[in-house]
Design a protein around this ligand. Structure first.
Ligand SMILES: Cc1cc2nc3c(=O)[nH]c(=O)nc-3n(C[C@H](O)[C@H](O)[C@H](O)COP(=O)(O)OP(=O)(O)OC[C@H]3O[C@@H](n4cnc5c(N)ncnc54)[C@H](O)[C@@H]3O)c2cc1C
Length: 432
């Protein structure tokens, strides 16, 4: 017998887990969130030693809209009997291990999350969505897509992917031994920094050399200043969604380092480790920092690999050698394959991206009574906060309110510090 649902969630990373947590007590909405993994895992290949959150623990699955929820970080601390010790540890920023443990703890308690269930195909029959999974067929009135992103691999590295050339997301998934090897990290964001520090601290054995290439002009910090944090508020997103696409694009580009830089803590850890090893302990230099360089060729060499990089300062190309190449080159968002058959029904913009309403609903040509929501799919429409944890609880509540067409959660907020758009202009934009 086919099970009928009000909402089917596809994928359970933190973002759909947040929607599931806020829906769990609302039994009037019958929802199931399907996850192909057999238990919750948060970027497991990058769950390395000495890695910390970029965001504060209060930006958890639920607190921003439902602080009384049993699924808050505070509740996790209390129920796991570590509340006082957590306070005494005075952590301004917690480890990714602890946040991941919190997310898993919540996932284990939710009755609306179903693991080991891969959504293979979604079809629309004119009345509802038919969800085909490896665990049977379900029927849902509405969807929430939360399949996340997949590793981005530069074109020149694709033919060499294997045990010696791999994406950062694979780092912790198997045993590694870098003893005596020349290691090259490509990519100057947080993942590159986390891996660099671990190689430097010899987590996988003592490498012969360690090089870190970044396209950026230096190893740049995350911009976490108070006013910058205003970009990660509902108030800013509410203003952002009204802007024209060109302005949105230039805003997001200008704000890159508010989410893509390296935390001050990680930079300081790296700097101090380098200072200690090479200026205090006087080790022979086996590490090179190589910013301002873009990799454009990767070739097999007689021994290991040869990388050609363009140096934006000297305007010349350089050749570097490595035995291991780790691609900390970020992530991309393809359409999940399971949506292939409904893809022609979706309204995409001229760059092939989903078009989203302010309530995170996809515009599509199907029936008005069937809604398709998407999380982590609208940086172009909702701004820089979209791929971040900061506003996930607020976004989940917006989705739930829209789904149920009533205000199940209060998502109104006070005016922010900054007047992004003055009232008279808002009226003009809305009426245009
Ligand atoms: C290493 C790392 C650290 C980060 N740290 C921070 C941070 O500190 N602060 C911050 O704000 N942001 C951070 N981010 C950014 C962001 O918060 C995370 O990427 C977050 O995991 C995104 O959540 P998600 O739910 O969209 O996707 P994901 O976490 O990628 O989860 C998607 C899930 O969908 C499942 N899935 C996919 N397809 C299917 C299918 N067809 N059927 C069933 N299941 C499917 C996958 O198995 C996966 O479990 C970090 C990102 C990375 C990579």
């Amino acid at each position: 017998m086919t099970i009928r649902l009000d909402l089917a969630g596809i994928g359970v990373g933190p973002f759909n887990l947040s929607v599931a947590s806020l829906l769990e007590p609302k039994k009037q909405i019958k929802a199931t969130f399907f996850e192909s993994r057999d238990s919750f895992a948060w970027h497991p290949g990058l769950l390395l030693d000495n890695t910390n959150m970029q965001t504060m623990f209060l930006k958890d699955l639920v607190s921003a809209v439902c602080p009384e929820s049993s699924y808050s970080f505070l509740s996790y601390l209390v129920k796991n009997k570590k509340f006082y010790r957590f306070l005494s540890a005075e952590l301004s920023c917690i480890s990714r291990h602890e946040f991941s443990d919190y997310l898993s703890w919540v996932a284990q308690q939710l009755s609306n999350v179903q693991f080991s269930t891969e959504v293979e195909q979604v079809e629309f029959n004119g009345d509802s969505f038919e969800i085909q999974t490896n665990n049977g067929i379900y029927e849902a009135q509405n969807l929430c897509i939360g399949t996340g992103k997949v590793p981005f691999i530069p074109e020149c590295a694709i033919p060499h992917i294997g045990p010696s050339v791999f994406h950062a997301a694979e780092m912790g998934l198997r045993d590694r031994d870098f003893t005596g090897k020349r290691v090259m990290i490509v990519g100057g964001g947080q993942s590159g920094a986390d891996i660099f520090l671990n190689v430097l601290r010899e987590k996988w054995g003592k490498a012969a050399s360690l090089d870190w290439v970044s396209r950026r002009s230096n190893f740049q910090p995350l911009d976490e200043a108070s006013f910058t944090n205003e970009f990660f508020t509902p108030d800013y997103v509410n203003a952002f969604v009204q802007l024209n696409p060109e302005v949105k694009h230039s805003e997001v580009t200008a704000q890159k380092l508010t989410s893509d830089g390296i935390t001050q803590l990680a930079l300081l850890d790296i700097y101090r480790e380098l200072y200690h090893r090479f200026d205090v302990m006087k080790e022979d230099k086996w590490v090179r920092l190589l910013p301002h360089r873009t990799m454009d060729k990767l070739e097999q060499a007689a021994s290991g690999f040869s990388l050609e990089v363009q140096n934006a300062l000297s305007q010349k190309s350089e050749i570097h050698q490595a035995d291991i190449v780790i691609l900390a080159t970020g992530f991309k968002s393809p359409y999940p394959a399971c949506l292939n058959s409904i893809l022609p029904l979706l309204d995409l913009d001229n760059e092939g991206r989903y078009q989203l309403t302010p309530d995170f609903e996809l515009k599509w040509k199907g029936s008005k009574k069937n809604k398709i929501f998407a999380v982590n799919a609208g940086m172009h429409s909702h701004g820089i906060a979209e791929p971040q944890l900061s506003l996930m609880a607020w976004r989940s509540a917006s989705i739930i309110n829209r789904l149920s067409e009533k205000e199940i959660y209060d998502i109104t907020s006070d005016k922010g510090m900054i007047d992004w758009i003055s009232e008279s202009v808002v009226d003009e934009l809305v009426n245009a």
